[in-house]
Design a protein around this ligand. Structure first.
Ligand SMILES: NC(=O)c1ccc[n+]([C@@H]2O[C@H](COP(=O)([O-])OP(=O)(O)OC[C@H]3O[C@@H](n4cnc5c(N)ncnc54)[C@H](OP(=O)(O)O)[C@@H]3O)[C@@H](O)[C@H]2O)c1
Length: 308
């Protein structure tokens, strides 16, 4: 027993020391090359602004070339280098071509922000099979594809073992932590990304490639625009002073994750902190919360309107 507590104590001290070392020097982003997926809209667009404001060169990836060109034009005042790389994250060849195009232009990729995402809500049995597949392809396999394509390049960028070689930020959602009815598929894909991101962080330990997970809460973007705070509030799922976040909040968290090498950043205030805690330690209480406190049918009706 004594030996066990000694080992646990030592492990905690080592963990703290490693954690402190990791957070010691915020990374200077000036001149770094950042590839952002889903950069044509919402959180990705805001992240492009936030990285450009730090002096980073930004490569913008999404399907809609015109929308990407508009975001690129918005970045002109920052006087940083930019590149538009149209690609569909569900297509291997397009992802590989996009990564090669960024490498050809800048010679490196320091940061990948895996942000492209898609959202459909509603009861599982009512979801169109094509939508089910799209949720998996974009939200789950998309980030895997992009990470897989940049890792070899990032590996070559580290000069010594442990030096900064690159950073992958996987944008998931609080819906992957707080598991809501009507979001079983979306939440499942977002939970999958949390597992992927955490395991990848450990897999890449020692290579100089860092991995973070950012979990935004409901955010005012085309994805959530039609859900409406009022409908969620009427269902009892939003506390009185709680508001949807602005995309800039998630973008700031993404930049912070890279600069300070944060493992996970979960956004959302007290309601989400308590929910997160309860999901981990007392899931039965969360079952009861959904059954007794929330108007589940009203909630499902509201999240049925998810999606741009
Ligand atoms: N908004 C929220 O309430 C919220 C909450 C938590 C987490 N999140 C997460 O935040 C991320 C960004 O969401 P958002 O709210 O900013 O949504 P959004 O405004 O709808 O933007 C989604 C982005 O993903 C891109 N995209 C979709 N399918 C794609 C594909 N097949 N290939 C390439 N790009 C694709 C879209 O660009 P194109 O259409 O041009 O391809 C767009 O740039 C998502 O991962 C989402 O799960 C959002």
């Amino acid at each position: 027993m004594k030996r066990l507590s000694l080992v646990t104590g030592l492990a905690l001290l080592v963990g703290l020391a490693v954690g402190r070392r990791r957070c010691a020097e915020p990374l200077d982003l000036r001149g770094r090359v950042v590839l952002i997926s889903g950069a044509s809209s919402g959180i990705g667009r805001a992240a492009a602004h936030a990285f450009a404001a730090q002096g980073a060169a930004v490569a913008l990836l999404a399907r809609r070339t015109d929308a990407l060109a508009a975001v690129e034009a918005e970045l002109a005042p920052y006087a940083v280098e930019t590149l538009v790389v149209p690609a569909d994250v569900t297509i291997d060849a397009e992802v590989e071509r996009a990564v090669s195009a960024v490498q050809a232009r800048f010679g490196r990729i320091d940061v990948l922000v895996n942000n492209a995402g898609l959202s459909y809500g509603g009861r599982l049995e009512e979801l169109d099979p094509a939508r089910l597949r799209a949720l998996g392809e974009v939200n789950l396999y998309g980030p895997l594809r992009l990470a897989r394509a940049v890792i070899p390049l990032m590996m070559r960028q580290g000069t010594r073992a442990g030096d900064f070689a690159g950073h992958i930020v996987n944008v998931s959602s609080v819906a992957g932590v707080l598991l809501a009815p009507g979001m079983s598929v979306y939440g499942g894909t977002r939970r999958g990304i949390i597992a992927f991101s955490t395991a990848l962080r450990r897999e890449l330990d020692g290579t100089g490639i860092r991995v973070s997970t950012v979990l935004p809460t409901f955010t005012n973007t085309p994805m959530a625009d039609r859900v409406g705070e009022d409908a969620l509030r009427a269902a009892g799922a939003m506390w009185p002073l709680h508001r949807f976040d602005e995309p800039e909040t998630a973008a700031a968290a993404i930049v912070d994750a890279v600069r300070a090498n944060r493992r996970t950043i979960r956004l959302g205030k007290l309601q989400y902190a308590l929910g997160d805690f309860s999901e981990r330690l007392t899931p039965g209480v969360m079952d009861l919360y959904w059954r007794v406190v929330i108007d589940t049918a009203g909630y499902i009706e509201a999240v049925r309107r998810l999606g741009a």
